[in-house]
Ligand binder design. Structure first.
Ligand code: AP5
Ligand code: MG
Ligand code: ZN
Length: 215
């Protein structure tokens, strides 16, 4: 299964991708996660990316295209992958297409998660993530059993730096301007499947699996 998860910040891409990695035994490739790890390690790429990320802007295309090009060549991508948060611009989508052509691979589907703006803000302000294993939670919609502690590994939960309301609104504007054209792009390629992302996590998950079984 070679899949792109498309959708605005907070749509549930990461939440659904984690489930799909288990279901299909294929890796989740989240450019956001890779960039945050680089920021934490203080690598040259992380130092360059941090300012863009903190302000809610996109990191330059050449940086993220480089990340994904390298990642797709790894052996664990041979049986498939889930791209989460990439591509986000038309040049990124074009670069991905070239890349996959070179690797003799075709995308199976692009699933777009559709969620209302106000719900997105509520989801992101209440999001918590495990420092150790990366599992995501929500203080109201998907709380951990003990506040601030990961159910899966006992790790400490944290709030992302870019999950402040002002930055969230900026990220949503950036999505509308730079990323939303990709729905038409992939519809034209006959790959787009739209899902109602306003439903409960488990319901979205079920419908996602139904859609993917049909491709
Ligand atoms: P990235 O990390 O990709 O962030 P994002 O796209 O803004 O998306 P999020 O991770 O915020 O949302 P999500 O859809 O994964 O939602 P989640 O499942 O966590 O990117 C961060 C930054 O990195 C960018 O701003 C940019 O600077 C840079 N970057 C990354 N990729 C780039 C690229 N390709 N090009 C350029 N720059 C790039 O869910 C959110 C919350 O909602 C959670 O708390 C969850 O529990 C809850 N939730 C999920 N589903 C439901 C549901 N159905 N009902 C109720 N609650 C739900
Ligand atoms: Mg995410
Ligand atoms: Zn954990």
């Amino acid at each position: 299964m070679k899949l792109i998860l498309l959708g605005p910040p907070g749509a549930g891409k990461g939440t659904q991708a984690k489930m799909l990695t288990e279901e299909f035994g294929i890796p989740q490739i989240s450019t956001g996660d890779i960039l945050r790890a680089a920021v934490k390690e203080g690598t040259p790429m992380g130092i360059k990316a941090k300012g863009f990320m903190d302000s809610g802007a996109l990191v330059p295309d050449e940086v993220v295209i480089g990340i994904v090009t390298e990642r797709l060549q790894k052996e664990d991508c041979n049986s498939g992958f889930i791209l989460d948060g990439f591509p986000r611009t038309v040049p990124q989508a074009d670069a991905l297409a070239d890349n996959l052509k070179g690797l003799d691979k075709d995308l199976d589907a692009v699933v777009s998660l559709e969620v209302d703006v106000e719900a997105l803000v509520e989801r992101l302000t209440g999001r918590r993530t495990c420092k150790e294993c990366g599992r995501g939670y929500h203080i109201a919609f998907d709380p951990s059993r003990t506040e601030g502690v990961c159910d899966a590994c006992g790790g400490e939960l944290f709030q992302r730096d870019d999950d402040q309301e002002e930055t969230i609104r900026k990220r949503l504007d950036v999505y509308n301007e730079q990323t939303s054209p990709l729905t038409d792009y992939y519809a034209a390629a006959g790959l787009l499947k739209s899902l109602d992302g306003m439903q409960e996590i488990g319901t979205v998950q079920q419908q996602m699996l139904e859609v993917l079984k049909a491709v």
